[in-house]
Design a protein around this ligand. Structure first.
Ligand SMILES: [Zn+2]
Length: 332
């Protein structure tokens, strides 16, 4: 029989495109241990098996009975069918359906839940980060993809399949010059996500005089082979003062400002925190133009916009927060 002072523990999982992060945490968000591995993509069931194995490993190492855990919370990029605990045609995997929660519950005998990673992140921000005490807050990630999670009037927005707030697919270019990974044209993510920034830069280089391109540090860094371009090259050259790179970074900032204005106009938040690899590696270059230009597009009062203080752990904090919100405590 558990007593009222007993602290519960739980597992939080941040399932990314290439890496899975798993934490054993207490209910206050103190991490006992965090492990990180490459995602096992051999078969559709391999990811759940990997989470089960890591959960058992962490429990055994720290002397916890798996059955005593409150549950397992998994955050993942969508699309997902939240009620079924399934990833649905995930872009980073070659399977149509990837079951997550059912195999975890069957194999570990404890509750599990699955939620969109940005949705989890805004919950984590409210419980553990900069949005404590706020009823209106949004988390935006600028990473391989682009998305957000929103709490409005204290309510976490989910949508019919748990895929609300797919803001990465806001249209920011009515001419639709670039095609998004989703197949539609002109979407914010097609211009500003880590995966697609190279497409934007290549498009702009074609519109720039050959002389200017050839004289740029960016062109020299790539030894003239623009097919090698990744987002990090652009930011690295901009940081070294390359005029053309600075110009493109600023243009991407204006497009981000349009996207952020859409977020502000839709959700009217008191705070927007920003995360994602592209943000963490280029904090000033991402945030400064957004703050400068967002007022040109937002009709609602512009809130504070800041990099999340939870850093790279925002995903696992989100997973922990998801357990605390959706899985009832067994401690009476
Ligand atoms: Zn799209």
């Amino acid at each position: 029989m558990k007593c009222s002072t007993e602290s519960e523990h739980l597992i939080g999982v941040d399932l990314g495109g290439t890496r899975v992060r798993v934490v054993l945490s207490d209910e206050k968000g103190n991490f006992i241990e965090k492990r990180r591995e490459e995602v096992d993509k051999k078969k559709a069931g391999a990811i759940a098996d990997q989470i089960v194995r890591l959960t058992r490993f962490l429990c055994a190492k720290h002397g916890f009975d798996v059955k005593s855990l409150r549950g397992v919370g998994v955050v993942s990029a969508g699309p997902l069918i939240q009620e079924e605990g399934v990833l649905f045609k995930p872009p980073n995997l070659r399977f149509d359906r990837v079951p997550i929660t059912k195999p975890i519950m069957e194999k570990l005998g404890i509750p599990a839940c699955l939620i969109n990673d940005c949705v989890g992140a805004v919950l984590g921000e409210k419980m553990f980060g900069a949005a404590k005490g706020l009823d209106n807050c949004v988390y935006v990630t600028i990473s391989t993809g682009l998305g957000c999670g929103a709490i409005v009037n204290g309510t976490l927005l989910l949508g019919k399949d748990g895929n609300a707030h797919e803001v990465g697919h806001f249209v920011i270019d009515s001419q639709g010059r670039l095609t998004c990974g989703c197949g539609k044209r002109g979407h914010w993510e097609a211009y500003c996500s880590g995966r697609n920034i190279p497409n934007y830069v290549r498009m702009r280089l074609k519109e720039t005089s050959a002389k200017t391109v050839k004289e740029s540090l960016l062109f020299k860094t790539l030894e003239g082979d623009l097919s090698k371009l990744v987002a990090a090259d652009l930011f690295a050259c901009a940081k070294r003062g390359d005029g053309l790179s600075v110009k493109f970074v600023n243009e991407i900032g204006v497009l981000n400002a349009m996207g952020f204005a859409g977020v502000i106009n839709a959700y009217d938040p008191s705070l927007i925190t920003v995360g994602g690899t592209v943000t963490f590696r280029n904090k000033k270059m991402i945030l400064s133009p957004i703050k400068k230009y967002v007022k040109d597009y937002a009709v609602n009062r512009v809130p504070k916009i800041m990099v999340t203080p939870l850093g790279e752990n925002v995903g696992v904090y989100g997973a922990v927060a998801t357990v605390l919100k959706y899985i009832p405590s067994a401690v009476k």
